[in-house]
Design a protein around this ligand. Structure first.
Ligand code: NAD
Ligand code: DAU
Length: 352
């Protein structure tokens, strides 16, 4: 029997690398193809522990390049897709929205077209799984939670591009009967996150005694989930999710930014042998993010009740694990901030 070929896009990024690791280790009977363009956010150093496994394959390609995406689907005949590749940072979307339209919208449509073209005569046994975000639902102001039925109301160029890609995925199901599934997750944290996002940026700045730039008054609220728990949820949705359904994924773990930052400062003081309260002195209030969403909060009851998923870690344990990882992997932090990891790619793949 030929092994199922699963294409995971964006597998060199933060969440993608945890998904690739889980699938490569848990499913030796799948051939896992990690397709990534290795932008500033993609880093093959995230996957050194599994890169020599026989069921792991890396393909460097740009999802915006329709021709090469079509050629790759033609060559490899991927059975199913788990699509994570994206531009993912809200602040970057504010300075360069077009790049987000290209990668997140055009890139997704290119993948949908290539998948449709390959399997249109018989979609049985195939799946296009689109990984999305809770930001498509907009900003909560008066309590409540985002449900799968909450109307879309994206507020930033990033969330508008993700919402658009979600709509295209649903439209391909409705129009062409493509088997699709979508999940919308809250903020992830954990090892391997690029230090432009709040938690790794602040850990890195505390380590280097640099100011901690808190946007506005630090009153915005996010619902944080450990990245490995998101990867486990993606596994459940991929294998047990119902075609054409949406699953919200979240940790029921809301934190006001300032409270979260104070926890990080406290744990870091302890780990670095600093006096209690020393890292908090680095907090610096800066101009707010334009159009800053006030609160995100996911109701994750559907995936918990229908697919039996639940988070495995309490936040206190997860944040400690996360800080320990960054402190034990300072070279990783130095490499991604200096751009040195590009050399790693050249060394590993230029002669292949
Ligand atoms: P990331 O920025 O860490 O990684 C994105 C990956 O996509 C990188 O490896 C990058 O090289 C790759 N990529 C970018 N443009 C590409 C292109 N044109 N062609 C091929 N590959 C390309 O992102 P992340 O935080 O791991 O997020 C992964 C997915 O999960 C995204 O779709 C994001 O919208 C979604 N998501 C993220 C979070 C979060 O908290 N980080 C929460 C919910 C959903
Ligand atoms: O909710 C899911 C989303 O979470 C994902 O779809 C995005 O890809 C991911 O980047 C994340 O978006 P956020 O904008 O919520 O994450 P970020 O880490 O950029 O910011 C978290 C909060 O911290 C937000 O309220 C802005 C604030 N912040 C962020 C940075 C980088 C600061 O106060 N200072 C900072 O320097």
């Amino acid at each position: 029997m030929t092994k199922k070929k699963i294409l995971i896009t964006g597998g060199a990024g933060f969440i993608g690398s945890h998904v690739v690791r889980l699938f490569v280790n848990k499913y030796p009977d799948y051939e896992i193809y990690n397709l990534d363009f290795l932008t500033y956010a993609g880093n093959l150093e995230n996957l050194t522990d599994i890169e020599s496994k026989p069921n792991y394959h890396f393909i460097k390609a740009d999802i915006v390049d329709a021709k090469s995406i079509f050629q790759l689907f033609d060559e490899y005949k991927f059975d199913s897709v788990i699509h994570l590749a994206a531009e993912s940072h809200v602040d970057r979307s504010i300075t360069n929205p077009t790049e987000f339209v290209m990668t997140n919208v055009v890139g997704t449509v290119n993948l949908l077209n290539a998948f449709k073209n390959l399997w249109k005569d018989n979609f049985d046994g195939h799946l296009f799984y689109h990984v999305s975000t809770d930001e498509v639902y907009g900003s909560l102001h008066d309590g409540g939670f985002f449900l799968e039925t909450t109307p879309y109301d994206p507020q930033s160029p990033y969330s508008a591009s993700k919402a658009s890609s979600d709509h295209f995925v649903r439209a391909y199901h409705n129009t062409y009967k493509m088997p699709v599934v979508i999940s919308n997750c809250s903020n992830n944290y954990g090892p391997n996150q690029f230090p432009e996002k709040l938690i790794p940026l602040f850990i890195n700045n505390i380590r280097n005694n640099k100011p901690l730039p808190v946007y506005g008054k630090g009153e915005n609220v996010r619902d944080w989930l450990f990245v490995v728990d998101h990867a486990r949820a993606i596994d459940d949705v991929f294998h047990k999710g119902k075609i054409s359904e949406t699953y919200n994924i979240g940790g029921f773990n809301e934190w006001k930014n300032l409270d979260l930052i104070k926890v990080i400062c406290k744990v870091m003081d302890k780990k670095l042998g600093r006096a209690n309260g020393e890292s908090e002195k680095l907090i610096t209030y800066v101009t707010d993010r334009a159009g800053h969403d006030l609160r995100y909060a996911i109701d994750a009851n559907k995936i918990m009740h229908e697919l039996g998923w639940k988070p495995s870690l309490q936040f206190e344990e997860g944040i400690e694990k996360t800080i320990d990882w960054y402190l034990a992997n300072q070279k990783w932090l130095d490499d991604v901030t200096s751009g040195d990891y590009a050399k790693y790619y050249d060394k590993m793949y230029s002669k292949r």
